[in-house]
Design a protein around this ligand. Structure first.
Ligand code: MN
Length: 248
C-alpha cells in the first residue's frame, strides 16, 4: 500500500497528535466539544497531526456534512500546519478535502523527526494483521476501482452501505476474539525495522492507550498508543524534547 514516500517532516518547535475522535455530524455535542478543543488547545501549537478516524464516517469529499469542522480546520491552518493520516473510517478523504481545509495528507506510514529523534506515525489499522477479515476488506475497499466506484454512488446509497457496514462491524467486534483486534507484535517489529528502528512509534485505532517499550538490538523504542475520545478528549504533546499525554 501507500508507503512513506513523503520527504521527512522535521519538527523543531512543538507538535500535538490525536486520533479516533469519531466525529458524527448528527451529534451537535461532539462537534461542539471538538471545536472547543481546537480553539482552547490545538490552535496554540504550530504542528497538528491527526492520525485518522477524525470522522466516524467520511462519505466522500463531495459531502455537505461537517461544514463547521472543515471551516475550523481551514481557519486554524492559517497559523498551524495540519497533517492528516487517513483512518479506516475516513479513508475516503481525498484531495478536495485537503484543498478545502488546507491540510496535508500523509501516506499510511510516515517518518517524522521530533527534534533529534525519528518517529513513525500511522493510524494503526495496518498493524492489526491478525484480523484477516478486516485486512481483506481494507485491501479491497482502498483499491482505486472500488474507491472510484463507491464515490459514484448516489448519497442515499452510500449512507445505506455505510450504515450496513457499521452495524456489521459492531456486530463483528462483539463476536471477535479481543486479541485479534489488537496489533500483531510481529507487524510492529517489521514496521520498526522497515524504518531502521527509530525510537518512537505513535498510532491510534485500537482504542487501547498505553506506552509499550521494546528493546531492538540493544536500543529502546517506544510505541505510544493514543486514546480514543469516547470518555473524554486527550492528545499527545511533544514539547522541549519530551512526549506528554494531555487531557482536554
Ligand atoms: Mn480506526
Amino acid at each position: 500500500h501507500n508507503r512513506g514516500s513523503f520527504r521527512l517532516i522535521h519538527i523543531k518547535d512543538s507538535a500535538i497528535f490525536f486520533s479516533d475522535i469519531h466525529l458524527d455530524d448528527s451529534s451537535k455535542k461532539d462537534i461542539a466539544y471538538f471545536v472547543s478543543f481546537i480553539n482552547n488547545y490545538a490552535k496554540n501549537y504550530p504542528n497538528i497531526f491527526i492520525l485518522g478516524d477524525l470522522f466516524d464516517w467520511w462519505p466522500g469529499d463531495d459531502t455537505n456534512q461537517f461544514k463547521k469542522v472543515i471551516a475550523l480546520l481551514k481557519q486554524v491552518s492559517n497559523k498551524s500546519k495540519i497533517f492528516f493520516i487517513c483512518g479506516n473510517r475516513d479513508y475516503l478523504i481525498g484531495k478536495k478535502f485537503a484543498k478545502k481545509t488546507n491540510i496535508t495528507i500523509l501516506p499510511d506510514h510516515q517518518l517524522i523527526k521530533l527534534g533529534k529523534e525519528k518517529a513513525i506515525i500511522l493510524h494503526g489499522d495496518t498493524l492489526c494483521t491478525d484480523d484477516k477479515k478486516y485486512q481483506r476488506f481494507r485491501k479491497f475497499s482502498r483499491s482505486w476501482i472500488s474507491k472510484k466506484g463507491f464515490l459514484l454512488f448516489p448519497k442515499y446509497l452510500k449512507d445505506c452501505i455505510f450504515n450496513f457496514a457499521r452495524k456489521k462491524s459492531n456486530y463483528d467486534k462483539s463476536s471477535k476474539n479481543k486479541d485479534i483486534m489488537d496489533v500483531n507484535e510481529l507487524a510492529v517489529k517489521k514496521l520498526f525495522n522497515e524504518f531502521n528502528n527509530p525510537p518512537i512509534m505513535i498510532h491510534g485505532h485500537t482504542h487501547r492507550p498505553k506506552i509499550h517499550t521494546y528493546n531492538i538490538n540493544g536500543l529502546e523504542s517506544k510505541r505510544v498508543v493514543l486514546s480514543d475520545w469516547h470518555e473524554s478528549g486527550s492528545f499527545l504533546l511533544w514539547d522541549k524534547g519530551k512526549l506528554k499525554n494531555m487531557k482536554v
